[in-house]
Design a protein around this ligand. Structure first.
Ligand SMILES: C[S@@+](CC[C@H](N)C(=O)[O-])C[C@H]1O[C@@H](n2cnc3c(N)ncnc32)[C@H](O)[C@@H]1O
Length: 299
């Protein structure tokens, strides 16, 4: 790491300590909000993959505490945070400990809203990286798809979804899938996210589910799209559809600080590559730990 980026990291690290944020990641959400005003008018919000909790702190300080200070606790926003890990309590934040890719956790989040809708869903999820880029990007993509499934149940039309992505060569497929639900999808690279990292954030605005869409239809919708798009004339298999993108780890052509225009197509066809299985992911992780390989930087 060069001196300049080291200094930059130290600035956000120090600032986080000074301002009482649990992680320097807080600045990523704050900078996304500066650029896109994602917190404006937000009442209910879901923070997926929230631990140790700096994004939840931002949500609490920006949304919940002001309502309390105005003496209106009854109209205070609802903030729900979910993570595999437990995290220390944050004022105004309800915590659910669980795996967002499991239907049990998804149902817990959905039922928490009692039919009310959220204005904003954020997801800063990152898997435990193996160092194998294809696999890491695949697992990251699974998190985004799980988050998107929750979004289709809890986000109000017109609402916003922000999620961390790893920008691999096939990331345009993910954009295309998001564009099915959001007419406005932008990729953002906040200054506090290291240039050396392939992470970026999709800012998806104006949630507009397709006509006649109901959340349980998500799988069917993607299935029929893939069937139409299967240019090889092979039968489409439902299991391919949970592969949001197939990553190759090739970052050439991506400028970390630039915003990209997104492809117009709603779908691109998927190659018939089997996703890594959970045992393959686990053994890759174990191998990484054994060989002491350097994981890719995430922040
Ligand atoms: C980069 S951290 C999030 C940082 C957080 N936004 C903050 O500001 O403190 C990524 C988190 O994703 C969580 N995570 C990864 N996979 C998950 C899953 N399947 N379900 C729930 N949380 C998950 C990890 O436990 C980790 O806490």
């Amino acid at each position: 790491m060069g001196k300049a980026s080291k200094d930059k990291r130290d600035i956000y690290y120090r600032k986080a300590k000074e301002e009482g944020w649990r992680a320097r990641s807080a600045f990523k959400l704050l900078q996304i909000d500066e650029a896109f005003s994602i917190l404006k008018g937000v009442h209910h919000v879901v923070d997926l993959c929230a631990a140790p909790g700096s994004w939840s702190q931002v949500l609490s300080r920006r949304l919940y505490l002001p309502a309390l200070q105005m003496g209106r606790p009854e109209s205070a926003p609802k903030i729900v945070a979910v993570d595999l890990q437990p995290m220390a309590a944050i004022e105004g934040v309800t915590q659910i400990q669980g795996d967002i890719t499991s239907s049990v956790t998804a149902r817990q989040v959905i039922s928490h809203f009692h039919g009310e809708k959220a204005d904003l869903v954020v997801s800063d999820g990152a898997p435990d990286v193996t160092g194998l880029h294809d696999m890491d990007e695949f697992v990251q993509a699974q998190l985004i798809l799980a988050a998107l499934t929750i979004v289709t149940h809890v986000l109000r039309p017109g609402g916003t979804f922000v999620a961390k992505v790893f920008r691999g060569k096939e990331v345009s497929l993910l954009y295309s899938q998001l564009k099915v639900f959001f007419p406005d999808v932008t990729i953002a690279k906040p200054k506090s996210s290291r240039n050396s990292s392939i992470e970026a954030f999709v800012v998806c605005r104006q949630y507009t589910p397709p006509p006649n869409f109901s959340p349980s239809a998500l799988q069917g919708l993607l299935a029929s799209a893939a069937a139409e798009q299967d240019s090889r004339g092979e039968p489409s298999r439902a299991e391919r559809l949970i592969v949001p993108f197939l990553a190759c780890g090739d970052l050439s052509g991506f400028d970390a600080d630039q915003s990209y225009d997104l492809p117009d197509e709603h779908y691109v066809s998927l190659d018939p590559v089997q996703p890594p299985t959970a045992p393959a992911y686990k053994s890759a992780l174990a191998a990484k730990r054994q060989n002491q390989q350097q994981p890719r930087e995430e922040e």
